[in-house]
Ligand binder design. Structure first.
Ligand code: ATR
Length: 275
């Protein structure tokens, strides 16, 4: 009997996680089964309990349940505490649920290891202040940035997020119009605007020479933010496919104690997409 894992969310039908974890398992010789589990809002805790009762070993959690997963976990990693959200759950031998958050480290590993972008000493602009942004602020600051500016449509929300991480590094917040005249080495989009084909109203001269644009969202065609970067002659652009695979690899490592090679998995998914 393979060990059972899965990802819970809604919607979940188009999740790439089963394909990613199945590839990891094949590559590392681990006998696991991983499937996507659609859960209705209001029944997340019940679904987790049922999965566990049927012998489930661990879960990934995606929208809209990451905060609920965090609440459900009795043992939480520091990065989950900071994010106030969990994307990875596991069940320890004594039956306790543990929760971790691998999104931020997934982003950092994609930027530094896959794309070769060092973060220490860099000026980084993070667009958005929702759950996706909160999950990456701590791991980004841990890289020793020169500064992290959080720009958000609702300025108070960005300010609250920056306040929560004051002790973790040089972080501040502002609205989009306050970015005029400022320069950054890396722009990271954590707004959901990109999914609707929109880009927040940021001045194009925020790109310092050599600056990159990174969209935490991904799609089978270039996202609106990646297109914005191309139009404004960013030195490089990327969507969040690598981050998706890296956060999965970190979850796999937490569950199985073995780190898969992500490069062939990213390349395989990219080949299936249209670009
Ligand atoms: P998630 O968990 O994906 O981060 P969220 O918590 O709803 O989702 O946050 C969505 C983020 O995208 C927020 O930063 C939101 O800005 P507000 O806080 O002002 O709502 C941002 N966002 C969504 N649509 C946007 C748009 N069209 N333009 C600019 N920002 C947008």
């Amino acid at each position: 009997m393979p060990d059972r894992y899965g990802v819970m969310g809604q919607p979940i039908a188009h999740s790439k996680s089963p394909r990613i974890h199945t590839a990891f398992a094949r590559q590392t010789g681990q006998d696991i089964e991983y499937r996507a589990i659609e859960v209705q809002p209001g029944s997340f805790a019940r679904a987790v309990a049922a999965f566990r009762a049927q012998g489930g070993r661990g879960l990934n959690v995606t929208l809209p349940f990451k905060e609920e997963a965090f609440t459900l976990a009795l043992d939480r990693s520091e990065r989950a505490e900071r994010a106030r959200a969990a994307n990875t759950l596991g069940f320890s031998a004594d039956g306790r649920i543990w929760g971790d958050n691998t999104d931020g480290i997934g982003l950092v590993r994609d930027l530094t290891l896959n794309l070769g972008l060092p973060l220490a000493g860099r000026r980084v602009l993070l667009l958005g202040a929702g759950g996706a942004a909160r999950g990456v602020v701590g791991p980004l600051l841990a890289e020793g940035l020169a500064g992290l500016v959080i720009a958000n449509r609702t300025v108070a929300r960005g300010e609250a997020l920056a306040r929560d991480f004051q002790d973790a590094g040089p972080v501040s917040a502002c609205g989009f119009e306050a970015l005029a005249g400022r320069r950054f080495d890396l722009l990271i989009n954590a707004t959901s605007a990109s999914l609707q084909g929109e880009v927040p109203p940021i001045p194009e001269d925020v790109l310092a020479p050599g600056a990159w644009c990174y969209d935490m969202m991904y799609a089978d065609a270039p996202t609106a933010f990646v297109r914005w970067g191309l139009t404004n002659r960013a030195a490089g652009t990327s969507d969040g496919l690598g981050m998706l695979v890296e956060q999965a690899a970190e979850s796999f490592f937490l569950w199985r104690g073995i780190r898969p090679d992500t490069a062939p998995v990213i390349a395989g998914l990219r080949k299936k997409a249209r670009y």
